[in-house]
Design a protein around this ligand. Structure first.
Ligand code: GRF
Length: 187
């Protein structure tokens, strides 16, 4: 049976696209089915889902618990999902998130700007498990981004997104491979 992976997003969905494209390029299509879920009916992530042939569902935040409870996903990937999920929802499955800083530095919604304004020379991206406390779950992987002298904020933002698009698909792949292994060991 195909593994079921949900990607939850509220906005542009560039990380969603990077993950889907990576899995497509690797030829995993027969082993996994992705679903795109958004709490914003007109989020651009839905356009990307349509283009990539992934089904997308608009799920208002208050309906998220029932939706995920019924769906039974093997892995839930947050990618720009702008909501704080309560513990009852997090208990439903395994949730991971990507954050645009080297946690535990620069938690919160303005991480790239905060790192830039602080003047750090190295920032980066972090993939972590999601727990109730925001940006505080166990770290799975990180990738550094160097802030060169005279680099503009926009250049940094671009480098951060490139680092996200390189790292997140590989982490999702690793967790997906673990799911496949666990299934095999039961048989
Ligand atoms: C990314 O920068 C991610 O780190 C943060 O939200 C942004 C989502 O971007 N959590 P996108 O929707 O994947 O383009």
């Amino acid at each position: 049976m195909k593994k079921q992976i949900a990607v939850l997003g509220s906005g542009s969905g560039s990380n969603f696209e990077a993950v889907i494209q990576y899995f497509f390029d690797k030829g995993y299509n027969d082993l996994v089915e992705f679903s795109c879920i958004t709490d914003k009916e007109n989020a651009y992530i839905r356009n990307r889902a349509k283009k990539l042939g992934v089904k997308s569902d608009y799920v208002p935040f208050k309906e998220t618990y029932n939706y995920l409870r019924n769906a039974n996903f093997d892995l839930i990937v947050l990618a720009g999902y702008m909501r704080i999920l309560p513990v009852e929802v997090l208990n439903i499955g395994t949730f991971i998130n990507i954050h645009p800083s080297l946690l535990p530095s620069f938690k919160g919604m303005t991480a790239i700007k905060d790192a830039y304004n602080y003047g750090v020379k190295i920032t980066g991206v972090t993939v972590h498990y999601v727990v109730e406390e925001v940006d505080a779950g166990e770290i799975i992987a990180q990738s550094p981004v160097f802030i060169e002298p005279k680099m503009s904020f926009e250049e940094l933002e671009q480098k951060i997104h490139q680092a996200e698009h390189a790292l997140y698909p590989k982490v999702v792949e690793q967790l997906f491979e673990n799911l496949l292994k666990n299934t095999c060991s039961i048989i």
